[in-house]
Design a protein around this ligand. Sequence first.
Ligand SMILES: Nc1ncnc2c1ncn2[C@@H]1O[C@H](COP(=O)(O)OP(=O)(O)OP(=O)(O)O)[C@@H](O)[C@H]1O
Length: 261
Amino acid sequence: MDARLNFLEAPIVPPAGDEPPVVRLRHFTRRFGDNTILSDLNLDIAPGEFVALLGRSGSGKTTLLRTLAGLDSAEDQDVTVPNSRAVVFQDARLLPWKKVWRNVALGLRGGDIKDRALSALDEVGLAHRVDAWPLTLSGGEAQRVALARALVREPKLLLLDEPFAALDALTRIKMHRLVLDLWRAHRPAVLMVTHDVDEAVALADRILVLDAGRICAQDRIAIPRGERGELARPYREKFLRILEGSAPSDAVIPFPAGGHQ
Ligand SMILES: Nc1ncnc2c1ncn2[C@@H]1O[C@H](COP(=O)(O)OP(=O)(O)OP(=O)(O)O)[C@@H](O)[C@H]1O
């Protein structure tokens, strides 16, 4: 059995169908000079939905994530994103001269900011490292701090830009478990950029594939997370083929009907 799937047992409430989307892009285009990087893109993400974004290098994934994060100008385009959003990058980007808890508390206001930071660090399993200096943390611990710093703000939209790509395989599996636990507890909508098809299939409600600035394929993973071992293999194979450019983008693989709790 695939070890990374053992932890995915708890039931998941599917995204509410009637609420307005947290993210809404219509006919979004982004050019750098003469290069069109994102082209006429339409995208909705529902509240609490976990979306993975795959695509070959240079397909525009980070450009899209930066747009949703407000780090790239969207000019007068039709883009709806919540003000309440947070980003976790591949590197934790902690301030080395501030202790761990102060990194988490950065920018928070109010009398209880230390308590909130400590509680977030407890949630990511770092209660014992709150007074540590960032440079003494392992890569996995630093990413846990980055997750705590994001979630302490209770974002409606959590943007993850290859957050586990630099970690070893075992740490990555632990981080998958943690990110799902945090997602269940806080229910942000998530957009996670990844190169890892297995990661996308294990974690997401829905997978999008970007190719040359367009969404060339997408699918819902209609299998409960706790049962995605062998059952999800056709999804992995399908998305790998799409990424390798050997499958038509509308390839359909039959699955039993049903929800994706
Ligand atoms: N500020 C910029 N100025 C000019 N070109 C840019 C800029 N940012 C990105 N690009 C170009 O846009 C294209 C898409 O880049 P982007 O980083 O979004 O791709 P990506 O899918 O995230 O790639 P990777 O998987 O390698 O991170 C690339 O060709 C890149 O060179």
